[in-house]
Ligand binder design. Structure first.
Ligand code: GA4
Length: 327
């Protein structure tokens, strides 16, 4: 199934893309219960590095409860929220993204999916909030681990990757280095609201990311010809984003998709993104069952820990996956 998306329009010169065409773009929507879902997922990963999933089985109550609790956190006085910051990279952050000076119209919480209470910053997030917030976060992370493993199993089955749990095990094991981010893009008082960068363009370093937002627009993806396409929000579905690591494992067959969030509405946007990452010690290289001859590999082998630490030293928009030299 495919859905028609509207191409993004831009007011400011900064965002004008010379390749921005007024043509509609088709973005895949995959129903996870359909028999050909895995074929559609692989096609979507090759074509866009992005797709929407419906019939995912996650209870709407959990999604709305976490959204409500996150909204309650962001409604706290700034002085209280700051007790869980600055980010290390976990904890509460406001306007600053990463450590290289990227800024956005945003405040956020970044939580490690494993042992998150061991980080003093993330423990501080939950000191300011009722227990129900931590419980909802933990339950939601389990669901997201399930969704990302399921998507990776479907990819493995379609690509005939052996053993067939090879990809999903990277996420399922307790050592997996995944994290959950809750982004709050505050509303604008002025009318018409000024368009600003909420979260600048970037690719995600991990395997896949699973995003859910409230019904406020803002997310855009960059399609093959360089056109930016606005993704209509849908609070009951998830959006899957291919990350750099899956691009390397598939030797570039799947592309990690550049995306960004622009804020130009009077409504605040809240999104939750689960970044499914492999264990820190995992060696990442094109899968030999997909690319048997090493001379055909576009990327050198590296560990997730090496890639992650080099990515965290870059600016958000930097291109981090030069073939043969990902370091
Ligand atoms: C992008 C994906 C995730 O949000 C994130 C981000 C991280 C951060 O916010 O600290 C990074 C960014 C993300 C990629 C490059 C570096 C690191 C900010 C930044 C400038 C948590 C992640 O893993 O990488």
């Amino acid at each position: 199934m495919v859905v028609l998306l509207q191409p993004a329009t831009f007011d400011s010169d900064v965002y004008v893309n010379p390749k921005c065409k007024p043509s509609p773009v088709l973005i895949p929507v995959v129903d996870l219960t359909e028999p050909d879902a895995k074929t559609q997922i692989v096609k979507a990963c090759e074509e866009f590095g992005f797709f929407k999933i419906v019939s995912h089985g996650v209870l709407p109550d959990l999604m709305t409860q976490l959204e409500q609790e996150a909204n309650n956190f962001f409604a706290l006085p700034h002085s209280l929220k700051e007790k869980a910051g600055p980010t290390d990279p976990f904890g509460y952050g406001s306007k600053q993204i990463g450590s290289k000076g990227d800024m956005g119209w945003i405040e956020y919480i970044l939580l490690n999916a494993n042992n998150h209470l061991e980080s003093t910053k993330t423990a501080a997030v939950f000191q300011q909030t009722p227990t129900i917030f931590r419980e909802a976060v933990e339950e939601y992370m389990e669901e997201m681990k399930g969704i990302s493993s399921k998507v990776l199993d479907m990819v493995a089955e379609e690509l005939k990757i052996e053993p067939k749990e090879k990809l999903s095990n990277l996420v399922r094991v307790k050592e997996s280095d995944s994290c959950l981010r809750m982004n709050h893009y505050p509303d604008k008082e002025e009318s018409p609201a000024k368009e600003e960068i909420g979260f600048g363009e970037h690719t995600d370093p991990q395997l896949i990311s699973v995003l859910r937002s409230n019904d406020t627009e803002g997310l855009q993806i960059c399609v093959k010809d360089g056109t930016w396409v606005a993704v209509p929000p849908d609070h009951s579905s998830f959006f899957v984003i291919v990350g750099d690591t899956l691009q390397v494992l598939t030797n570039g067959r799947f592309k990690s998709v550049k995306h960004r969030v622009l804020t130009n509405t009077k409504k605040s946007r809240l999104s939750m993104i689960y970044f499914a990452g492999p264990p820190l010690t995992e060696k990442i290289a094109p899968l030999s069952c997909l690319v048997p001859k090493q001379e055909d590999w576009l990327y050198k082998e590296f560990t997730w820990s090496q890639y992650k630490s080099s990515a965290y030293k870059t600016k958000l928009g930097d291109y981090r996956l030069e073939p043969s030299d990902p370091m």
